[in-house]
Ligand binder design. Structure first.
Ligand SMILES: Cc1cc2nc3c(=O)[nH]c(=O)nc-3n(C[C@H](O)[C@H](O)[C@H](O)COP(=O)(O)O)c2cc1C
Length: 210
């Protein structure tokens, strides 16, 4: 298997890791807020699909799947955080961020070729993915650091370890700290990377993977 280019990993997975490290080190504040805004497209890429719902594009919060060899341990850790930190505010956020560093942004554990999200509504994206099994993710690193077009095979997953993993990772930040189930679990979607193009003005759409 071709290895993902270092530049690409630096601008995506490793940049996300640095952001989490900075939040743990400095806490939230104006400088982190600014970094978060700058990272919007990295954390929530635009997802383009096609099918009977039309040619569509919508932002989705995206994370990464861990490798199968890490999945059982990661799930156990997630369940443990839920048990110990339910409703514990920033303590829960810190436990969640540490999990993310130990598993999701740990290159020994993560599968950077498997990106994940969840689908909160059976709208255009859901319908198109069910029909075609394809999606392209667009990531811009502003102002013009990088721009990636990530072509994927997309699959909706409604049960099993991937479904549990995606929903628990989402709960880490959006449910466990508050201690209130503000929304149900949703179908997961796995984007398996097939091709990556560098759409920066220097590379003008060159393929960088595979
Ligand atoms: C920053 C941002 C992140 C979003 N993340 C998600 C997400 O993770 N899952 C989801 O179902 N919708 C998410 N949405 C909403 C979708 O983009 C979209 O509104 C919804 O899926 C319906 O669009 P569609 O019918 O084109 O699929 C997000 C919206 C924004 C602005």
């Amino acid at each position: 298997m071709t290895v993902l280019p270092d530049d690409f990993l630096d601008n995506t997975l490793r940049a996300r890791r640095k952001l989490v490290e900075a939040i743990l080190e400095k806490g939230m504040g104006p400088s982190i807020d600014c970094d978060l805004v700058r990272s919007s497209y990295l954390l929530s890429p635009m997802v383009a699909t096609y099918g009977s719902a039309g040619l569509n594009i919508a932002p989705f919060m995206v994370s990464y799947l861990v490798k199968e060899s890490c999945m059982a341990e990661a799930l156990e850790k997630l369940r443990d955080i839920e048990r110990k930190y339910w409703g514990k505010g920033f303590e829960a956020v810190k436990a969640g961020l540490s999990f993310v560093l130990d598993y999701v942004y740990n290159e020994d554990c993560v599968d950077p070729l498997a990106m994940v999200s969840h689908v909160m509504t059976k709208g255009h994206t859901w319908r198109n993915i069910i029909e075609t099994g394809e999606a392209t993710l667009g990531i811009l690193i502003p102002p013009d650091v990088a721009a990636y077009e990530i072509r994927t095979t997309a699959q909706i997953v409604e049960q099993g370890s991937i479904y549990e993993y995606v929903n628990l990772v989402h709960d880490l930040m959006h449910v466990i700290p508050e201690g209130e189930r503000s929304h149900p679990w949703y179908p997961a979607v796995v984007f398996r990377v097939r091709e990556i193009y560098d759409n920066s003005y220097q590379k003008l759409g060159s393929r960088i993977y595979p």
